[in-house]
Design a protein around this ligand. Sequence first.
Ligand SMILES: Cc1cc2nc3c(=O)[nH]c(=O)nc-3n(C[C@H](O)[C@H](O)[C@H](O)COP(=O)(O)OP(=O)(O)OC[C@H]3O[C@@H](n4cnc5c(N)ncnc54)[C@H](O)[C@@H]3O)c2cc1C
Ligand SMILES: *[C@@H]1O[C@H](CO)[C@@H](O)[C@H](O)[C@H]1NC(C)=O
Length: 501
Amino acid sequence: MAGKQVKKFEFVVVGGGIAGVTCVEQVASRFPSADVALITAGLQIKAVTNYKQVSKTLEEFDVEERPSGVLEERFPNLTVIHSAVKSLHTHSHCVETADGRVFGYKKLCLCSGARPKLLTQDDPRVLGIRDTDSAQEFQKRLSKAKRIVVVGNGGIGLELVYEVEGCEVIWAVKDKAIGNAFFDAGAAQFLIPALEADKPQAAAPCRRLCYTTEEPGPGAAQTFTAGGTSRGRSSGSVEPGSALGPDWHRGVELRGAERVSRRVSVEYQCEVEKIFSSEELLRSPQRPLNAESEGSWPVYIQLTNGKAVGCDFVVSATGVVPNTEPFLRGNSFAVADDGGLQVDDHMRTSEPDVYAAGDVCTACWEHSPLWQQMRLWTQARQMGWHAGRCVAADVLSEPIELDFCFELFSHVTKFFNHKVVLLGRFNAQGLGSDHELLVRCTKGREYVKVVLSRGRMVGAVLIGETDLEETFENLMLNRMDLTAYGEELLNPDVDIEDYFD
Ligand SMILES: Cc1cc2nc3c(=O)[nH]c(=O)nc-3n(C[C@H](O)[C@H](O)[C@H](O)COP(=O)(O)OP(=O)(O)OC[C@H]3O[C@@H](n4cnc5c(N)ncnc54)[C@H](O)[C@@H]3O)c2cc1C
Ligand SMILES: *[C@@H]1O[C@H](CO)[C@@H](O)[C@H](O)[C@H]1NC(C)=O
């Protein structure tokens, strides 16, 4: 970097999200007298609070935005630099920021996260939700909206359709069932009544050992209305935004312009073909869903199932793209199919002295048969933590093993106001036909699904207060042969723990 003053640091971490902050905390506490820099585009950083280890692999915590000063207070030799990295020069070991400064590093960890994949770029009619700012923008526009279209079947789509009140939601999902990334059709079926009702329904036990769910075909639509024709906010509903997760929940009420509680229609197995204005619609042969509203919506979307629907705006929640661009130019990073920087079990990228963690990276080590990567808070924290330890171990030439948390995938969350625990290959990911499912379901109360492969439990979905997570986690981690137990495994009258104590 000829002609530019270079400030040199021993360690540089890029990104003030969960992964970057956790990584920099690790490094700074391990090397208190080293010069460490955290370079981040935003003013705030994300902090993990109320961390709780629930079981061997399950963890729960909150995510809060904080001013970066709190980090610098804790670590006097840490400098937080608020500017986006615009280029990386791995040969000369330095990064350049948008404000023209150049910073050298000995070890670098990239934690720049991911951004939402948008249906269209720079289209004001399409909103992506990524951070507090875009969540606030969403809330503002929702308050004047009568109908929105949500596109995408991942966690954000799920949370959105459940939380939005006072506005009709048309939810376009490309799969046969809602929440495809987290659930199978059976679990989706279990959750659907929560879209219709505010209050938990009377529990009627039912037990199924195989799936007989009729899946809606292409072009099928289902409509769910909370509280029927109830006016205003019904007393049984959840607090505003509570299930939306740490990024959103504080002070974000997701309320539209209408006096209805919830009204969601799901369009299955379809994607967005085209977005157009009402003028364009008048010139096109397509007929919108509601003939009476023809020409009166600000925006229309054409779905691949042949329907055209009008709305106030579109929310695009169709997955994320890792933020890698500024780093790729001039370097030769190995990039995975999903766009992430490939990392090995030491969180090392293919460039020397450059590590990566969180949403920006793709875990390319040989995974434990019970683990998979999902771009979630928990994994951002675990990867940031592991990356920090690996950087330290490499500097000190100490050996280090892959952390235990990568043995078993585990995630606890809330969908539609139900507690949801996902363990291992909860959707039989990568197992082909080499597996068997056991299901127990009590309508409105709990849904338990176990994935068995060659007599061993390899995954589970637990919805509701099942209290089974620790037992199942142990059964999976111990690779216990369960052939002898068969269906008894899910017999609600048998305390499984008694078997294995
Ligand atoms: C709306 C929404 C809801 C979600 N809900 C959940 C949930 O309920 N549960 C869950 O587990 N996960 C959820 N997720 C996913 C979760 O937020 C991510 O997996 C996690 O935040 C990833 O952390 P990270 O540190 O890798 O990246 P991020 O948190 O995205 O942080 C990236 C950081 O890098 C900075 N940055 C980016 N580019 C540059 C650059 N060029 N130079 C400098 N700095 C840069 C950014 O400013 C930011 O500080 C949700 C995501 C979204 C968008
Ligand atoms: C910061 O680094 C200096 C040396 O560079 C060291 O003397 C000092 O103790 C460090 N501060 C803390 C809080 O460790």
